[in-house]
Design a protein around this ligand. Sequence first.
Ligand code: GUN
Ligand code: ZN
Length: 418
Amino acid sequence: MGASMKRGFRGKVMTASSGGEDLRYLEDGLLVFGDDGRITSVEPFGGPPDGVLVRDVRPFLLAAGFVDAHLHYPQTRVIGSATGPLLPWLERTVFPEEARFLDERHATAVAAELTRRLALAGTTTAVLYSSSDPRATRVLFEALARSGHRGFVGLTLMDQHCPEPLRVDADHALAACAELASAYHGHDRGRLAFVITPRFAPTCSRALLEGAGRLAEERGLFVQTHISENADECRAALALHPFASDYLDIYDRTGLLGERTLLAHAIHLSPGEWDRVRARGARIAHCPDSNFFLGSGRMRLAEARARGIPVALGTDVAAGRTFDVRRIMSSAYDNATCLGDPITPEALFRLGTLGGAEALGIARETGSLEPGKDADFCVIELPDYVEGRSDVLSRIVFSSDTTPVRETYVRGKRVEGG
Ligand code: GUN
Ligand code: ZN
């Protein structure tokens, strides 16, 4: 095999495409990429091409890797704890577990579990909250560098209304963010990114929110936070930040709301807040499984889609009960159907892949199988009798346990654990 040998995978192919809403489906396709990890072609199979080492995975499917736009690394081990709603669940289940991440050995063990779970789900890009501890955050970056995932990672900022071991004052926390951004942001041709991550308004002072907004602006970093997930949370946020006219205004006035802002949940937003999300160019991480599990409510996805607001899907582990973005597609379907605004399986597949990449500003690099993009994909097992665009799509979106992911690749390299 020559040094510049291309590699090919032959199988069914499913991907969103940049040109429009329709998915591209090939019953017998060939995905080819170079040793730089970039896709060179995705075409119907037409015989073995010269200079390409082809692996035949038929009857399995080659799908674009999934984008999980919202989950919490230090909650990996408390998945499935039914101690909700949100605020009591944070006190009872989440904060005690996140405090354990002061122990580097615990942080290291859990980071390995997390990257394995992501790979098993076919997730190639993940947007993660770390704990409030900078060392644990480094541990997570190093684990992602080893596994090969594309990762957006934030140090979770909290300087009030949380247990003492998790509280970090604004000066220390922002200095740690600056160091972490210098150490990891943009590394490996942009595969790793540092994200400014105020946990949510109730656990952040105004000074911390403003400092976070300034740092994001100075460094050109993404911001992620939670908004309007739960009615008690909304009341607490406004009581603690009386300068703001509504929840969104807290983030707006502190410089945190813009085109690189990813807002999770957004269940209880008013029409005026939705309009301002749109006007500022912010993006939404939709986490329906978490919203059901904590009884937070149903996000009106149609409000976002009607305004052209970019939407990504998030598992929100551990309020979400799965690392599998396809199960989130399925719960997004339930959520939309219950609200009387049904959504198609095509649109759901798009949200979990290219839509996520668009919301994160990385759609030129990933999110679909198209020439010039990185070969970020997974191999999904399909029974040999499941054929044709619509039956394959149904299984992928609605029945992930009968069609498990077998292998996961980022830039053409097998992701460790997947
Ligand atoms: N709001 C603030 N922190 C959290 C969290 O860890 N999970 C969820 N679902 N909502 C939050
Ligand atoms: Zn969350």
